[in-house]
Design a protein around this ligand. Structure first.
Ligand code: DSN
Length: 422
C-alpha cells in the first residue's frame, strides 16, 4: 500500500515518511499517544474505509452490509467481553463525541452535569466552560484538593449536594492516581445522579486488571481506544442493558452519521490484542515505567503533582525550577523527547503558558523500554531542564535519545519498508 502511495502522491508519501521517522527517532511521552500494531494499522487502512454503514447491525440505512454487520458485531462482542459490560457501542468517532453522547443518553439539555475541572485534570468535554458540553448543559466543576492534588471526596459530595447534578463525571486526562469509581457511584446515588466514567486514559490499565473497572458502578463508561488501550483513534461507550437503547440513539442518529468502519474494524483488532496475557504484561510495565520515571525525577528535585503516580502519567509542577512548562516542553522536543505542557491544579498561569509538563509511558513501553530506560529518560529530562538555554547540550541529549531509540526500535509499527532510518 505504501509503495502505491509513493507512486501516486510522492509529496504526501514523503511527509508520512518524515512522520514515521519522527515517531521512530523520538521518545514519545505524551500519555495519550502510543504505537499501534501492524495489524491495527492494516485494518485501519483497509477497504473498510470505503463503506457507509449508517445504523446498527441488522438495521442499516444502506445495503451491502454483509461484512460490516459481522465486523461491528465482532467489535461489540469483543468490547463486552473485555470490559465485562452488558452493552457496547463501538461507533463514536472520538472520546469527545462519546462523552457528549453519554450525557445526551441520560439527561435533557439544560440539566446539570458535574465533572472535574479542566485545569485540575479533567477533560474539556467534562463540562469545561469553552466546551459545548457546558453550553448544552448547566455545568459545575469539582477541583482536586489544593494541598494534596488528590480527589477530595468530601468536597465532591458537598458540591454534589449543593448543585444536585443529574450526571456526575468521574475520570480525567491529567490525574496520576487511582480513581475510586465506587465512591463516585455512592455519591451519585446519594444525590440521585447518573454516573458517567471516562476511562479514556486508563482503559488499558482497566482491562489488564491493574486499575479497578468502573463498569459495576457507572451508568455509562466512555473511553477512547488509542491511549493505553493501544488501538486506533476512536471512541466507545459501555453500559448496562437499561441504557443500551438510549446510548445507541444518542450516538446514531443523535450525534453522528455513518460510523467510520475502518476505525471500528481496527478497534476490533486492538481489543483482541488487549485480551491477551502479553497485553496484561505490557500494561503492568507501563505503570512500572511511570513509577521509575517519577522516582528518578523526584530524586532530581522535580515536584510531581500528588508526589508520584499510580498509572501511566506524571504531572511535573515546575514552579520550583522556575521554568515555564511550554519552555521545557519545547526544549525537550528539540532533544527528541515529546511531551505536552499542561496546567497543574490551581495553576495561576494561563493554559497556553502553564506551570506544568505532562509525561506518560504507554509509547516507550510499547518499544520495550523498562525501568533502566525510564531512569535514563529522567536523566535526559533533568539535563535539558538544567541547561534550558544551552542549545549545544540540548543537541547532545538529542543524539543520546536517538541512540536509545535505535536500541529500542518500534516493533510492529507501520514502518515504511526500507525507509525507516531514524
Ligand atoms: N486531551 C487529550 C489528552 O489527554 O491528551 C485527550 O483528549
Amino acid at each position: 500500500m505504501i509503495n502505491a502511495l509513493e507512486q501516486y502522491d510522492p509529496q504526501i508519501f514523503e511527509l508520512i515518511r518524515q512522520e514515521s521517522a519522527r515517531q521512530s527517532g523520538s521518545i514519545r511521552l505524551i500519555p495519550s499517544e502510543n504505537y499501534v500494531s501492524r495489524a491495527v494499522m492494516l485494518a485501519s487502512g483497509s477497504c473498510l474505509t470505503n463503506k457507509y454503514a449508517e445504523g446498527y447491525p441488522g438495521r442499516r440505512y444502506y445495503e451491502g452490509q454483509q461484512v460490516t454487520d459481522l465486523i461491528e458485531r465482532t467489535a461489540q462482542e469483543r468490547a463486552k467481553k473485555l470490559f465485562k459490560a452488558d452493552h457496547a457501542n463501538v461507533q463514536p468517532y472520538s472520546g469527545s463525541v462519546a462523552n457528549l453522547a453519554a450525557y445526551a443518553a441520560l439527561i435533557e439539555p439544560g440539566e446539570t452535569i458535574m465533572g472535574m475541572s479542566l485545569s485540575h485534570g479533567g477533560h474539556l468535554t467534562h463540562g469545561w466552560k469553552v466546551s459545548l458540553t457546558s453550553k448544552f448543559f448547566n455545568s459545575v466543576s469539582y477541583p482536586v484538593n489544593d494541598k494534596t492534588g488528590l480527589l477530595d471526596f468530601d468536597q465532591i459530595r458537598d458540591l454534589a449536594k449543593k448543585h444536585r447534578p443529574k450526571v456526575i463525571i468521574s475520570g480525567a486526562t491529567a490525574y496520576p492516581r487511582v480513581i475510586d469509581f465506587e465512591i463516585f457511584g455512592q455519591i451519585a446515588k446519594e444525590v440521585g445522579a447518573y454516573l458517567v466514567s471516562d476511562i479514556a486514559h486508563i482503559a488499558g490499565l482497566v482491562v489488564a486488571g491493574i486499575h479497578k473497572s468502573p463498569v459495576p458502578y457507572a451508568d455509562i463508561v466512555s473511553t477512547t481506544t488509542h491511549k493505553t488501550l493501544r488501538g486506533p483513534r476512536g471512541g466507545m461507550l459501555l453500559c448496562r442493558q437499561e441504557h443500551a437503547k438510549n446510548v445507541d440513539k444518542a450516538v446514531f442518529p443523535g450525534l453522528q452519521g455513518g460510523p467510520h468502519m475502518h476505525t471500528l474494524t481496527a478497534i476490533a483488532v486492538a481489543m483482541a490484542e488487549a485480551d491477551t496475557p502479553e497485553f496484561v504484561a505490557y500494561a503492568k510495565q507501563i505503570v512500572k515505567n511511570a513509577k521509575a520515571l517519577a522516582e528518578k525525577l523526584l530524586e532530581y528535585g522535580f515536584n510531581l503533582v500528588t508526589g508520584g503516580t499510580d498509572n501511566h502519567l506524571i504531572l511535573i509542577d515546575l514552579r520550583n525550577k522556575d521554568i515555564p512548562g511550554k519552555k521545557l516542553a519545547k526544549a525537550l522536543d528539540r532533544a527528541r523527547i515529546v511531551t505536552n505542557y499542561n496546567t497543574i491544579p490551581g495553576d495561576p498561569a494561563p493554559p497556553m503558558n502553564p506551570n506544568g509538563v505532562r509525561l506518560g509511558t504507554p509509547a516507550v513501553t510499547t518499544r520495550g523500554m523498562k525501568e533502566p530506560e525510564a531512569e535514563k529518560i529522567a536523566d535526559f529530562i533533568n539535563t535539558v531542564a538544567q541547561n534550558i538555554d544551552n542549545e549545544s547540550v540540548i543537541e547532545q541529549v538529542g543524539k543520546e535519545v536517538l541512540l536509545l531509540c535505535s536500541q529500542f526500535p518500534v516493533p510492529e509499527h507501520f514502518i515504511i519498508p526500507g525507509r525507516n532510518s531514524i
